[in-house]
Design a binder for this molecule. Sequence first.
Ligand code: NAD
Length: 295
Amino acid sequence: MNVAVIGSGTMGNGIAHVFAQHGFAVSLIDISQQALDKGLATIGKNLDRQVTKGSLSADDKAATLGRLTTYTSIAEGVRNAGLVVEAATENVELKLNIFRELDKHAPADAVLASNTSSISITKIAAVTQRPAQVIGMHFMNPVPVMKLVEIIRGYATSDEVTQRIMDLSRQLEKTPTEVNDYPGFVANRILMPMINEAIYSLYEGVAGVEEIDTVMKLGMAHPMGPLQLADFIGLDVCLAILRVLHDGFGNPKYAPCPLLVNMVTAGRLGVKSGEGFYSWGHGTKDLVVADRFKK
Ligand code: NAD
């Protein structure tokens, strides 16, 4: 089966990597040629790491790269797709436009999946003529490493399509988990309030950055503290998801912490901007609290 992946950013290149490694012909599509070049370079680097570790042979690496083709046009890239996985920027209007285009150009029997972190699958499906074939396929970052795929059934998603996507995820050696389409699904409905509460604890002076993360790492056996994780996810992404939860449920408990709003407004987005709760100018190996939060 031919798989088309829309968006060659952080998630898109990982999704393309995993499908290609498991034998699927993959069309990687982005509006930006630069993003496609960067995506292919990242896939190459990540495959090299697998070869060095001994989990992949050099031949398999070459075969994986040989299954990838890039496009800057959706119409061309999805023409033969049996499955499209959309992983473009998290923006409702942008995704609705992409799905209108996918519905026009992808084969009538193709399944259209979205990797959205928080946008309603039911809403996305409603702009297509095939809502029963629209589903959420929420991979986790970094895609080649993380086992979970949260499979989100929209209001109209059929049993048959859900089953097919669950089986396909297992073929990728992932663990698919079926959830229904409500704001934040399960992963972010639980994760984002925890991150927001960690930021509130910092904002209210309950404890410092290191103390909050240490309590959660050593006390709850989390591999990474919530503030560090927020820096990895991107504070802009965290804020956008909290707004979806706040709007979707109309419950003040999801209101984003004013400190998070300020940090995003000031361009302190975490790892991708070089500073969030921690400073990342030196890379991501060592944890150095950002000057602003040093005691
Ligand atoms: P990103 O910003 O790294 O990449 C998005 C890519 O989409 C960019 O390369 C951009 O050029 C491209 N794009 C924008 N408009 C397009 C269009 N019309 N057609 C084709 N390509 C287009 O974003 P990301 O972090 O990879 O996130 C992608 C999706 O995955 C979002 O829906 C996000 O919520 C979701 N997600 C992200 C993470 C994460 O940890 N980053 C985890 C799970 C899910």
